[in-house]
Write a protein that binds this ligand. Structure first.
Ligand code: MN3
Length: 239
């Protein structure tokens, strides 16, 4: 049995670890702050482009529902869960997720699911663009060549991972402290940052929940995944 004071101490330590590994693509997400550093009350970030910006690969209707309804619901439900827990209002999103097992039982799963949903979608939107190069650039391109034997090898493994997710979840490209890339999957709204408290960076994400593609692709997840390669914002993704 751990005391409350110990729990808080662990939370702070865990946060330091996750903060190290939480920064993603350069630019917007760090302006003004990395998403993991934000605190209650949480806000829905703008998409950063119009709903039809990824047509025909991701249709405007899906984008509208996905951002305005689904993502908003994660933000609203996260705020609702935390509203009466003022002792947690100073905790960052990164802290809340890295230490969700130490949260009060009655809000634990709400914070994990909705906080994860908020984090994952906030990372995901800026990773999309129809413009720019269609293959990874710079240092990321080199690492992908090294670890996957080239872009085609990466694409193949990424697609296989995306199709392997049973039910709802995410696919991730992460980089560990040794600069080693890894394709990972997570169920529901879990994040690789929340699962393992280690220095890890998320480089690329793909939402494979049905709500991300069902209006346009119905059950054809493979087609959605194939088309995702037309909207990866390689220019903005960095190591
Ligand atoms: Mn989603």
């Amino acid at each position: 049995m751990i005391t409350r004071r110990e729990a808080i101490k662990r939370t702070v330590l865990g946060a330091a670890v996750i903060a190290m590994g939480s920064s993603i693509a350069k630019g917007e997400a760090k302006n003004p702050k990395d998403i993991t550093e934000l605190t209650y009350p949480f806000e829905l970030p703008p998409l950063g482009y119009s709903n039809d910006a990824m047509e025909p690969f991701i249709d405007a209707k899906t984008m509208e529902f996905h951002h305005d309804k689904h993502h908003r619901a994660y933000v609203d439900n996260l705020n609702k869960a935390l509203a009466s827990h003022s002792e947690l209002h100073g905790h960052t999103l990164g802290q809340l997720l890295a230490n969700s097992e130490e949260l009060p039982k009655e809000i634990r799963s709400a914070v994990r699911n909705n906080g994860g949903g908020h984090l994952n979608h906030s990372l995901f939107w800026p990773m999309l663009s129809k413009n720019g190069p269609r293959v990874p650039q710079g240092e990321l391109g080199k690492l992908i060549d090294t670890d996957f034997g080239g872009f085609d090898g990466f694409k193949k493994q990424w697609t296989a991972a995306a199709l392997s997710v049973f039910g709802s979840g995410w696919v991730w490209l992460t980089k560990d402290a040794e600069n080693k890339l890894k394709i990972e999957t997570s169920p529901n709204q879990d994040s690789p940052l929340g699962q393992e408290k280690q220095n890890k960076k998320i480089l690329l994400a793909l939402d494979v929940w049905e709500h991300a593609y069902y209006l346009k692709y119905q059950n054809r997840r493979a087609e959605y995944v194939e088309n995702f390669f037309n909207v990866i914002n390689w220019e903005r993704l960095s190591t």
